[in-house]
Design a protein around this ligand. Structure first.
Ligand code: FAD
Length: 1136
């Protein structure tokens, strides 16, 4: 399928050749008709890319401001903002558009899609341009220029704006200075946006965009004229234009009346930092010529610059510059991946770090045993490592091409030594890394002479070493790696080649190969190639035998089985590590040495177990039949052996259980780079990878990057290590400096609600939880019930030989083991005090993407206080299930009491107040459904979402690293206080109107409390800083709150007071209202003061607008004796 860009050039050439004197610019109405066709045929780009991306940008802008002002350049007949969700459109307070097309401008005038505008939108019939080259003033009507905007938007490419750089510069000048973070956002056709020297904030691509147009003479004419941007009379070029369209467009069986054109798109965002590149390039050399980057597609990506640090300080400067200017970096190792260069991003070329040292392992601390360590700079290539280590009699497992670099070593590394010695990353024992905060880190075993001055050992050293072994491109810029070496071997390579008639023969051959491969000893591997040559499908098989010169004779494998179905081998050769690079089958045999080497390629790789299974063979054969270019092929690399010896979770490389790595390679002639043939080969690779994924054991992460088509493969790349890696990425690269490496979700979608289901034995906890999940599911929410004691039961049964299935399901059996199980758990906790936290965290991590997680089997008295900080982005509530003794006995309860640390099933009194009580007396699901609908579903009400969107996040306020959520923003919004008051009342458990009084302290709490007191008609009791109330008063100490502690001159401790006789008589219900609950110090002081005033703990209940569980406020309340006070919060936030 040709792209729109290709189409643009073809009719234009046609017109300029055949009718140059007649060509004219488009009239407004021609432009209008063509634009309409383009947008009609391009709906998916709007739905799947522009609207979601723009919404994301607006949401991020709204974190630091309550509304936005927008300048849109060339919106066409309607603003794309009108397509955004209602709550975002509402936030646009000021809208200005520059639209030179008279027809469009008129339609824009009539548009009323932005309901939140303070003043009518202002539409200027002007182009965004320069009066002259030196004067960067823009547009004809200067009125709008005096204004500044939060967002300057170019939504439909920068049509006719050249040079693009100058227009971006001009747009940047229009960004408001305060609050910081305003953005210029450009949606543009991929491949035609060039802003050399400008640094983007983010670049996001949509490579699968396409446009369709009906195959009709008039419409094609109109479309081609619009795309080419010039018109000519019908009689001169009309039919030629249409023919060009028909020749280039793709027809689709499902839509035979239409022609399709590729329309890959990018979104590039810039902030005021876009022009800061000279600050960096003044400090170190830059690489002007990117032709040395191996991956030719990467070269098309147009980086902002490629810098070439020559010392570690330079690498640190790169990171610090990126942090300061809120941008990201890419790293160039061997330059073989598509993501080492990225549009508008600075690339750090590591080629200067090309030293290699071999040291004796015995001399190194922590490295017992003989052998050598090889310290390899990440500017080295595989060929350097093989050559230099071989000269010293050693080897490190590497990949099969000499020019591949550190990206391979850090993300796996499958080569001829893998079955014998494991992956390249398995040999890593240490590293020197510049962290994403700019520190030099020394990780694991790094020989003393290789440790740079100023290097520190990070607190999470073990975790980082674990991550470097398989996912190492995401956590810092690696300067050098330390590998343990093995003795240099020799390789005997035998090649076979045979034709393949059809899938039946292929199934047969692959099954035989699979059997042979399974039986081979570890020092042998057998790879397969499937390719098409001289009109025949062929199977190539390459056996590699690894041996040292003295054991070659004794180890030699029996390969008669292979000869039986492949015939006599074509070649057989004994080579060393360097010669091996040229002995590969695909280099020597396939396609006459790969079209003389003048080809480009694109690969993705999935892991397969049973290559002979019909499911897999049929996919491969079908894929070969649809290959878009004759050179496309599959390479199946033999795994197993030492690769599978390492447990999935011992290193970040989490896919270990496979026999073959299937590399799907799309190849095209080099002179077709950037054309539809290259695009078709790339699409073919993705299609085959996605077809194979369901029958695979995972995907290889080494080639994955920010292309959205990689996201599904990346999900399968790290097996059980995914959530651990995401957590590490979040903590190690908080600013996403390495944003374009193998995609790692920024956050795992934590459950929105976690329900801790507690209660006595046989009260019906599991059954109630299951019934509530039904209510959630009928409301389109995903829900899962898990038991926190299951892991202990599993470990107990493994350790003591109990029957796990019965332990989980058979009540009498479980009762028999209860005492022993409890003792076992208590012993475990004694050895690992953090065990309960780990168990909880594991359940939450495993519930990625689930909306509601219900956890049963809790053993803790106050589980919300104990665990909510571990899932700070989720709302955690406790529901205690109650049933009378008779009912529980009827359900099989056996009354046993072993003490307060026993199983949750034990009967116990708890001092902590659960969020809800659920009476489970009556059989049937009606009560459970009613309970879930009344008490749990309200947490998903859209009003809570609206309330959240009224609060800004102010970064680094009041201190560095604090993202301040301004709760008082709510009352400054139209309708904010009313909405919040009403939610506080309806979410309160109990009848607030029956309370004796409402109490609140200082500004934040008082604002919300006074509105609430008026609403429910209950008196308000005012608590203030000491000295603000006339006597007589009572007072208590109040330590400084979390936020106040950042204020200049904040006193370490102050006092709060209230009128001595504010509360008379015995209050039965006092509702304490506050704006936030973080560390809980203020709330504790308030409760203490009320206690002083004579209010019993049982009479107190608390409602707050926003809770920040990370600060463990509930835990403090519990420790201070207020565990029995019910605390509710309307909103829960993950950050500070
Ligand atoms: C011709 C060819 C042959 C291949 N053969 C094999 C093979 O035999 N076995 C195998 O397992 N794989 C093989 N691969 C896949 C290869 O492992 C990946 O393409 C790998 O990402 C290439 O790494 P690189 O350093 O050459 O590329 P680059 O594009 O330079 O880097 C790849 C990724 O690593 C990151 N990176 C590079 N250096 C650093 C650093 N110092 N610190 C942090 N991040 C860094 C980059 O930012 C990028 O995200 C092959 C690929 C090609 C193109």
């Amino acid at each position: 399928m040709a792209t729109i860009e290709r189409l643009k050039k073809a009719p234009k050439q046609e017109i300029e050749t055949n009718a140059p004197i007649y060509t004219k610019p488009l009239t407004d109405s021609q432009y209008d008709a063509g634009f309409d066709l383009l947008t009609q045929g391009n709906r998916t780009t709007y739905q799947d890319f522009i609207i979601p991306q723009l919404s994301r940008i607006l949401v991020s802008l709204l974190k630091t401001r309550t509304h936005v002002s927008v300048l849109e350049i060339g919106p066409g007949p309607r603003s794309v903002l009108g397509l955004l969700p209602e709550q975002l459109r509402q936030k646009v307070r000021r809208y200005t558009a520059l639209e030179p097309n008279e027809i469009f401008a008129e339609r824009l005038e009539a548009q009323r899609t932005l309901p939140g505008l303070e003043h009518p939108h202002s539409i200027h019939r002007a182009a965004f341009g320069f009066e002259n080259d030196t004067n960067a003033s823009c547009g004809a009507d200067a009125g709008w220029m005096a204004e500044q905007y939060d967002l300057v938007l170019f939504c439909h490419s920068m049509y006719g704006m050249k040079p693009q750089r100058k227009f971006i510069e001009c747009a940047l000048e229009r960004l408001s200075l305060l609050p910081e973070g305003g953005m210029v956002v450009v949606f543009h056709r991929q491949g035609t946006f060039h802003v050399d020297g400008f640094v983007c904030n983010t670049t996001t691509s949509f490579p699968t965009g396409s446009v369709c147009v009906a195959d009709d003479d008039t419409l094609l004419d109109c479309f081609a004229t619009f795309i080419s941007g010039v018109s000519a009379p019908e009689m001169t070029t009309g039919s030629a234009r249409r023919e060009v369209c028909r020749a280039l467009g793709r027809r689709d069986e499902a839509h035979p009346e239409h022609l399709f054109f590729g329309a890959p798109e990018v979104m590039v965002t810039f902030t005021r930092h876009a022009t800061t590149l000279p600050e960096l390039t003044a400090q170190m050399p830059i690489t002007i010529d990117t032709s040395k980057i191996k991956n030719r597609q990467a070269r098309l990506h147009g980086p902002a610059a490629v810098v070439r640090p020559t010392e570690i300080l330079h690498v640190q400067q790169c990171v610090l510059w990126a942090l300061k200017h809120k941008t990201s970096l890419t790293v160039v190792g061997g330059g073989h991946s598509g993501q080492c260069l990225w549009l508008g991003v600075v690339a750090v070329d590591m080629s200067a770090f090309d030293q290699l040292q071999i040291v004796d392992a015995a001399d190194q601390e922590g490295m017992f045993g003989a052998g050598a360590l090889v310290v390899v700079g990440t500017g080295c290539k595989a060929g350097d490592v093989v050559e230099k280590t071989m000269a010293a009699g050693f080897a490190v497992p590497m990949g099969s091409r000499p020019s591949v670099g550190a990206g391979l070593w850090l993300q796996g590394g499958i080569g001829h030594l893998a079955r014998l010695h494991g992956l390249t990353s398995d040999s890593i024992v240490g590293a020197t890394v510049v962290s994403t905060l700019g520190e030099i880190l020394c990780i694991g075993s790094v020989p003393e002479q290789s440790r740079p001055a100023g290097a520190v050992r990070p607190d999470n050293e073990e975790e980082l070493l674990w991550a470097l072994k398989g996912a190492g491109t995401n956590f810092g810029i690696v300067i050098s790696l330390v590998f343990k070496a093995v003795a240099a071997p020799e390789y005997t390579i035998r090649n076979w080649l045979a034709p393949l008639r059809d899938s039946v023969e292929m199934r047969d051959k692959f099954s035989k190969l699979e059997l042979i491969a399974k039986r081979l000893p570890r020092h042998c591997s057998v790879d397969a190639y499937m390719f098409w040559d001289t009109d025949k499908l062929r199977l190539g098989v390459s056996m590699c035998e690894v041996s040292t010169p003295h054991d070659r004779e004794t180890l030699s494998p029996d390969y008669a089985d292979l000869c039986e179905f492949m015939g006599q081998e074509e070649t057989s050769k004994v080579v060393d590590g360097v010669e091996l690079f040229d002995t590969e089958m695909y280099m020597s045999v396939m396609h006459g040495g790969h079209g003389g080497g003048k080809t480009s390629a694109f690969t993705r790789c999935v892991f397969l177990k049973h290559i002979g299974s019909p499911g897999i063979v049929d996919i491969l054969v079908a894929a070969m039949a649809t290959r878009p270019s004759p050179y496309c092929y599959f390479h199946l690399l033999h795994g197993g052996g030492a690769v599978g010896d390492v447990a999935d979770m011992s290193t970040a490389f989490g896919c270990r259980d496979w026999e073959y790595a299937c590399v799907i390679t799309g190849v095209w002639p080099r002179d077709q780079d950037g054309t539809e043939i290259a695009d078709a080969a790339v699409q073919w690779v993705y299609k085959v990878a996605m077809d194979l994924l369901p029958v695979s054991q995972g995907a290889y992460c080494a080639d994955l990057g920010p292309d959205p088509r990689d996201a599904d493969l990346a999900v399968e790349a790290f097996g059980p290590n995914k959530s651990r890696l995401v957590r590490l990425k979040h903590s190690s690269d908080p600013e996403n400096v390495l944003a374009y490496a193998c995609p790692m979700p920024r956050t795992i979608a934590a459950p929105k609600l976690i329900v801790l289901v507690t209660g006595e034995s046989c009260a019906g906890k599991d059954c109630s939880a299951e019934r509530w999940t039904h209510t959630f599911r009928t409301n389109d929410l995903s829900a899962r019930v898990v038991s926190i004691s299951e892991r202990t039961k599993r470990e107990y049964s493994e350790a003591l030989g109990a029957d796990l299935a019965r332990l989980l399901k058979d009540r009498p059996y479980k009762e028999d083991h209860r005492r022993a199980l409890t003792t076992y758990y208590q012993d475990q906790v004694k050895q690992t005090p953090r065990l309960p936290d780990e168990h909880f965290q594991q359940l939450v991590d495993d519930a990625v993407g689930v909306d509601v997680l219900l956890i049963t089997g809790m053993r803790d008295d106050a589980p919300v206080a104990s665990f909510s900080h571990l899932a700070p982005g989720s709302r955690v509530v406790e529901v205690r299930v109650l049933a009378s003794r008779e009912v529980r006995q009827g359900r099989g309860a056996i009354h046993v009491a072993y003490g307060s640390n026993g199983d949750a099933d034990l009967e116990r009194e708890s001092a902590a107040c659960p969020t809800f009580l659920f009476s489970n007396e009556v059989p049937g699901s009606e009560a459970a459904n009613t309970f879930a609908t009344t008490h749990l579903m309200p947490f998903f009400h859209e009003d809570l979402q609206s309330l959240t969107s009224m609060m800004r996040t102010v970064p680094n306020f009041p201190g560095a690293g604090i993202d301040f959520r301004d709760v008082l923003d709510i009352v400054q919004q139209p309708d904010g206080l009313r909405l919040c008051t009403s939610l506080l009342q309806t979410h309160f458990i109990g009848n607030m109107a029956r309370a004796d009084c409402i109490a609140a302290c200082e500004v934040g709490g008082l604002v919300f409390a006074s509105a609430l007191a008026q609403q429910v008609n209950v008196p308000l009791k005012v608590l203030r800083k000491q000295g603000k109330r006339p006597p007589p008063t009572i007072s208590v100490a109040k330590p400084t709150s979390h936020i106040s502690s950042f204020a200049d001159g904040a006193a370490e401790e102050s006092r709060i007071e209230m009128d001595k006789f504010a509360i008379t008589g015995r209050a039965t219900s006092v509702v304490i209202v506050d704006d936030t609950l973080a560390t809980g110090t203020t709330l504790c002081a308030v409760l203490n003061l009320l206690l002083e005033a004579g209010v019993d703990v049982e009479a107190m209940s608390v409602v707050v607008v926003a809770e920040f569980p990370a600060h463990r406020g509930r835990e403090l309340l519990r420790r201070e004796g207020f565990g029995g006070v019910r605390v509710q919060s309307l909103l829960v936030f993950g950050g500070a």
